[in-house]
Design a protein around this ligand. Structure first.
Ligand code: ATP
Ligand code: MG
Length: 419
């Protein structure tokens, strides 16, 4: 137990962290181009926020949340997605009275009690974007275009965009009745959860992953075929906007998304090869959510993208992420006097922005050289009492093998100019 991380969690180790930094940088630059600012929210919130915001008939709230009472007796949950917390922050911080739209992004750890498999963990990370205040199809298109540009910048192929519209409460209430009529004769064949959903939220049945339900769902009427005039026009606007940007898409009438708050546009980017966990990213419009969570009526739209799945996908396509540059210089030393000198020199080098290191294990010179070679320093210099006294030493460039006689005094200037 002590030496094993909890199931579904993993360490991101120092030799792979550069991949995360790379993606985070690409995201940061991209979001800046689109005018989205970063927001950081707490890891935990009041459970009620997710019950209301995500919806208490969803799999996330019913089966996947990490919920516990804190010492003060409040029910707390680890965030199982990012949107509800961002919505809470939007309301709490009075963003509704600032110039709209408010455009935000985040990179967050997310917690869900799931069946762990490749691409499916209990702690994972999402890059998410939320735009509040606009009901125009153009913002739906902008949100989707962030993703298509992200995949472009990362050099990722074979990620297909599927879109759908799940309408508004108006078209949905008529549709829910149709759905009930459809499911009624087979209600006994549905899973336990879906039998409960039948009265409360029949639309949610469509998203059920149980085999027994999937068979029945296959022929259910689609919401897309039952949209009201306004929702239909909005969807047409989104399609035209995507075409305007030359973003390819397919319409998938079965996307309803796993969260209750969605309205109108919903979409997913699905890859052909992250095993069964093919969905890299999902999102949609949530025009009722801010109000549901206690704020003023405010349209909104966003998405969440799984970074682990993105990395798996990049790996499977052989996309090379640029590795970080190695350390600049290793100061090997012989004897206690040189060691003291080396510590001082390394400190001054670091002060000038040079990445430098020395031995801390009382290693022999041979062992120091082996270590420096293994860690891939670009330069090595060996200092003994003689070098320090004569102010002369040999600087070795490990990339080219070139050796240069230099004065010890000049190391800092030389290394500074290595760039
Ligand atoms: P799935 O159908 O695969 O369970 P979801 O619909 O529950 O996905 P969302 O809630 O839309 O997923 O989350 C957005 C993205 O977060 C997903 O597309 C996926 O890339 C990622 N994601 C979701 N759950 C996990 C998980 N348990 N482990 C890793 N990534 C995940
Ligand atoms: Mg899920």
């Amino acid at each position: 137990m002590l030496t094993q991380a909890p199931k579904g969690t993993r360490d991101i180790l120092p030799d792979e962290i550069y991949k995360w930094h790379y993606i985070e940088k690409v995201i940061e630059k991209l979001c800046k181009c689109f005018g989205y600012k970063e927001i950081r929210i707490p890891v935990f919130e009041h459970t009620e926020l997710f019950q209301r915001g995500v919806g208490d008939t969803t799999d996330i709230v019913q089966k996947e949340m990490y919920t516990f009472p804190d010492k003060g007796g409040r029910s707390i949950s680890l965030r199982p997605e990012g949107t509800a917390g961002v919505v809470r922050s939007y309301i709490e911080n009075g963003m509704a009275s600032m110039p709209q739209p408010i455009k935000l992004y985040y990179n967050l750890a997310i917690y869900r009690y799931e069946n762990v498999q490749k691409g499916r963990y209990r702690e994972f990370h999402q890059f998410g974007v939320e735009a509040f205040g606009s009901k125009e199809p153009s913002i739906d298109v902008e949100i989707i275009s962030i993703l298509s540009m992200l995949f472009d910048r990362l050099g990722l192929n074979q990620v297909n965009l599927n879109i759908n519209s799940i309408g508004c409460p108006n078209c949905r209430s008529a549709y829910n009745e149709k759905l009930k009529d459809y499911f009624k004769p087979s209600i006994q064949q549905l899973c336990f959860n879906c039998r409960n959903r039948f009265e409360k939220n029949p639309l949610r049945i469509i998203d059920c992953k149980e085999e027994q339900c999937k068979k029945i769902i296959a022929n259910a009427p689609a919401l897309m075929d039952n949209l009201c005039g306004e929702c239909l026009a909005h969807f047409e606007g989104v399609k035209a906007g995507l075409e305007n940007l030359d973003i390819k898409f397919s319409i998938d009438k079965n996307i309803v998304r796993g969260l209750d708050y969605y309205t109108k546009t919903v979409f997913e980017f699905v890859s052909e090869d992250v095993g069964t966990q093919g969905t890299i990213c999902g999102g949609g419009r949530y025009d009722g959510l801010v109000e549901t969570c206690g704020g003023p009526p405010t349209p909104g739209i966003g998405f969440g993208l799984g970074i682990e799945r993105l990395l798996l996908k990049m790996e499977s396509q052989g996309i090379q992420i640029p590795e970080p540059s190695p350390m600049d210089i290793y100061i090997a030393s012989i004897g206690p006097k040189a060691d003291v000198f080396a510590q001082n020199l390394v400190y001054r080098l670091r002060g000038q922005g040079v990445s430098a290191d020395k031995d801390h294990m009382a290693k022999s010179l041979k062992a120091q050289m082996k270590y420096a070679d293994k860690l891939g320093y670009t330069h090595i210099i060996v200092l003994g009492d003689e070098e320090i006294e004569s102010n002369k030493a040999v600087l070795k460039n490990m990339k080219t093998g070139e050796q240069k006689d230099i004065s010890v005094d000049s190391i800092i200037d030389r290394m500074k100019n290595q760039g």
